[in-house]
Design a protein around this ligand. Structure first.
Ligand code: F6P
Length: 550
């Protein structure tokens, strides 16, 4: 569908029908929905790959789901999906194709951008990464002084950090435990300081990850890392070749920095930063887990890509999750979405999703630049669930806000867990199941009274329940399952952007701060006048200079 021929979303009959349905449904009670349909708990489930997805604890009926799917059809979600997979330039504000799906396409697939099949280049880079990763892992690749590489420091930010840093944590049990792998992103010198202070530079490889190779934080940290290495090794520029590699789309800037482009792993402008971690940006992870595990992860991504591309609307899991988000964000005024993994290894997963979701769908104009009249992307937040239970779950259970939640858990603990710790897994998962039950069904005043609670405490101990959750359960957290999970969320975000008619693939909103930071810096260092600086900021800059004794 041509974007500008689209009827305004909130004026479509499908939207109006959903609004009417929402009113009719009122405060739908999960207790009642389950009582009315005894098979709901097993019926409202879907399977994609290894992921069992239970959506029975949502404030929806068959009719809600039918109306949501009608909205997806009216907004041509599958049409845009097909255009994305075909390599059309659906990132209209940047004039780019959106082809992260090609990064995990099998060798014999054909995906064309401007008439050229990009799959052979994708696999050529993967093969080059695999060769390099193996050489580092085997000790064949040595540093400038001939010592084996024992430390890998990834320097990047945003999409060039969050993905590999998250996945390294997730897949720790699959990593070579003799390698130290660290991730530096913050321009605060403390980040690099803590990452290198106990490392031997002769054994350290820096992986500079930046799509543009112009991001000030990354280039500043990379320059400081190079200075540290050359100073510590008492070596000249020639040492850089053995200790620095680059992951980028910008060969010219890589070369300007002093990295031999033979040591550059390429990707392309049709890979968005936040969708890039399965490209060359995954090199640090590949060194840590090995090329075979990395390919297993790509296969996991691809499995969900194929599901999203081919499954009918009724059983399409990313479509379902996207639609549920629309249901709460647009028809229940939910402002946020919490993701609660019951796996310590997924501790950085929500931070990763924050960029994926909020940088993609944090938009307030539609594809044609018109202000949107409906809510778009939610605030995404969360930490591993058990810790959250002793912190912010109180607000989810008894606060005044509706916060839909995703619970992610695994039947098996990771394979190399100390035998003495395996038994703890059942306790972890008991919490997982108990929480979704408590959130959905709560505790009525009568149930509280039946426990002999004094009347004045009854309101305090009553849980109204009705808090919607999705449960995602898999047997084990493997590289493939991680790929499946990420692709699931990528496509969920896609579905929502398609419905809201926004460009989910640009990020102009982060530009203004970057430009202003460059202008403000001389005011801090030299006390220079910055034209156009507002009065509050001018005063704060003056205070900063005073505190620094300038
Ligand atoms: O924050 C904006 C952004 O462009 C992200 O989209 C991107 O992931 C990040 O900066 C890093 O960019 P680069 O990989 O070009 O250094």
């Amino acid at each position: 569908m041509n974007a500008d021929s689209r009827t305004r979303l909130d004026q479509t009959p499908e939207w109006t029908a959903l609004a009417g349905h929402r009113e009719e449904l009122g405060e739908a009670q999960l207790r009642e929905l389950f009582a009315r349909n005894p098979g709901r708990g097993t019926g409202y489930t879907l399977q994609v790959g290894d992921l069992h997805v239970d959506y029975s604890k949502h404030l929806v009926t068959d009719e809600t789901l039918r109306l949501l799917r009608a909205l997806a059809a009216a907004t041509d979600v599958f049409g845009l999906r097909d255009a994305m997979f075909r390599g059309e330039k659906i990132n209209t504000t940047e004039g780019r194709a959106v082809l992260h799906t090609a990064l995990r396409a099998p060798r014999d697939a054909v995906v064309e951008v401007d008439g050229e099949n990009v799959v052979p280049a994708v696999h050529a880079v993967l093969d080059k990464m695999a060769g390099f990763a193996e050489r580092v892992r085997s000790g064949e690749w040595t540093g400038h002084t001939g010592r084996r590489i024992k430390n890998v420091v990834n320097i990047g930010i945003g999409g060039s950090d969050l993905g590999p840093a998250m996945a390294y944590e997730v897949l720790r049990s699959f990593t070579d435990r003799d390698l130290t792998v660290r991730f530096v992103s913050n321009v605060d010198g403390a980040d690099l300081h803590e990452a290198v202070r106990d490392l031997d530079p002769a054994e350290t490889l820096f992986v500079i990850a930046s799509k543009t190779f112009t991001t000030i934080e990354t280039i500043t940290n990379a320059t400081s890392a190079r200075n540290w290495l050359l100073t510590e090794l008492k070596a000249g520029q020639e040492a850089v070749a053995k200790h620095f590699v680059a992951l980028s789309t910008n060969a010219e800037k890589v070369s300007d920095f002093g990295i031999d482009t033979a040591n550059m792993f390429e990707f392309w402008d049709w890979v968005g930063g936040r969708y890039s971690f399965d490209s060359a940006i995954g090199l640090s992870l590949m060194i840590a887990i090995g090329p075979d595990r990395f390919r297993e992860m790509l296969d996991g991504f691809h499995l969900v890509d194929e599901h999203f591309r081919t499954a009918p609307a009724e059983s399409n899991v990313p479509l379902l999750l996207g639609l549920l988000g629309v249901w709460y964000g647009n028809f229940h005024d939910a402002q946020s979405h919490v993701v609660l993994p019951y796996s310590h290894y997924l501790s950085k997963f929500t931070a990763y999703l924050q960029q994926l979701d909020m940088e993609s769908n944090g938009k307030s104009v539609d594809r044609d630049g018109r202000p949107v009249e409906w809510e778009t992307g939610p605030v995404v937040w969360g930490t591993p669930g058990t810790n959250g239970q002793h912190a912010y779950y109180q607000l989810i259970h008894q606060g005044t806000k509706l916060i839909p939640a995703d619970f992610i858990g695994f039947a098996e603990p990771v394979a190399d867990l100390l035998p003495g710790l395996v038994a703890q897994h059942d306790l972890l998962m008991a919490n997982f199941f108990a929480q979704t039950q408590a959130l959905a069904f709560g505790k009525t005043p009568d149930e509280v009274r039946a426990e002999g609670v004094p009347e004045e405490l009854v309101p305090h101990k009553t849980f109204k329940g009705n808090h919607p959750t999705t449960t995602i359960l898999a047997r084990e957290l493997t590289p493939s399952v991680l790929g499946q999970l990420i692709a699931l969320y990528e496509h969920k975000v896609f579905v929502q952007g398609a419905i809201w008619n926004i460009d989910s693939f640009d990020q102009w909103g982060v530009e203004l701060g970057k430009v202003l930071a460059k202008r403000v810096e001389p005011a801090l260092t030299e006390g220079a006048d910055v034209p156009g600086l507002d009065e509050s900021t001018t005063a704060l800059v003056a205070k900063y200079r005073e505190l620094r004794g300038r």
